[in-house]
Design a binder for this molecule. Structure first.
Ligand code: ADE
Length: 225
């Protein structure tokens, strides 16, 4: 899988890929991530990538030409399964979308900035629009990092113990059960006896019941799906 991330602020998105699971996934060559500074595709000498909006109104709009140059250049070199635009008015990211995208090949991710991109970019280049939640970020970079993180960790071989992704919250529309580690007792606060019993089947049963209870308490909407 290869991600090509188009941004006006590469420095805002590079660091999550320089540590931990994402870094290891790249080192293991399970995923390639390339950053493209949109300014390198600007068509005038001022490296301009945004302009005032037609019809008036506050805020700048990302111009179509540099984006076209960048996307068309990438598409000339290889095929892409999705060209994603990060925007607060896209479909809201969830575990189902992450699972779906983890099975894809190459993807371009366009990070929005200022007021957003010229609508013609969305109409003619973008195949999917994704939001990370009902709030507005200063740009699409942090949203793109979230998207890449949640997708990359699902690629087989990325997590050392593959089952650990399967037991994540949301993977089966249930929240994960409570977890504990040593010491078994701290300041009188005890780990539930069942977890120390060594009885695997009973532990699984307890965990399932705890997952349901936690989901009922915190996210009943997930149970009504
Ligand atoms: N850009 C700005 N806000 C965003 C959001 N919530 N999701 C995705 N991209 C964004």
């Amino acid at each position: 899988m290869r991600f090509d991330i188009i941004t006006v602020l590469p420095e805002l998105i590079q660091s999550p890929f320089e540590a931990s699971i994402l870094k290891r996934a790249m080192e293991k060559e399970l995923v390639e991530v390339h950053f493209h500074n949109l300014r390198d595709y600007a068509t005038n000498k001022y490296k301009q990538v945004d302009d005032y909006q037609f019809g008036g109104g506050a805020g700048m709009v990302m111009m179509i030409e540099p984006i076209d140059k960048c996307i068309s250049g990438l598409k000339a070199e290889r095929d892409y399964d999705e060209i994603i635009y990060m925007t607060p008015d896209g479909e809201t990211l969830n575990q189902g979308i992450a699972n779906e995208l983890s099975l894809k090949g190459n993807m371009i991710i366009l990070c929005g900035h200022y007021k957003g991109v010229d609508q013609r970019v969305r109409d003619h280049f973008i195949t999917r629009e994704i939001s990370v939640g009902d709030y507005v970020l200063s740009g699409g970079e942090l949203a793109a990092a979230i998207l890449c993180d949640t997708v990359i960790r699902l690629i087989p071989g990325v997590l050392s113990n593959e089952t650990s992704a399967l037991t994540d919250s949301f993977q089966d529309d249930l929240l994960a059960p409570p977890i504990y580690t040593r010491p078994a007792e701290y300041k009188g606060w005890k780990v539930p006896d069942i977890l120390l019993s060594g009885h695997t089947a009973k532990i699984d049963e307890w965990r399932e019941a705890q997952s349901v209870k936690r989901t009922e308490e915190k996210r009943p909407d997930l149970l009504n799906k």
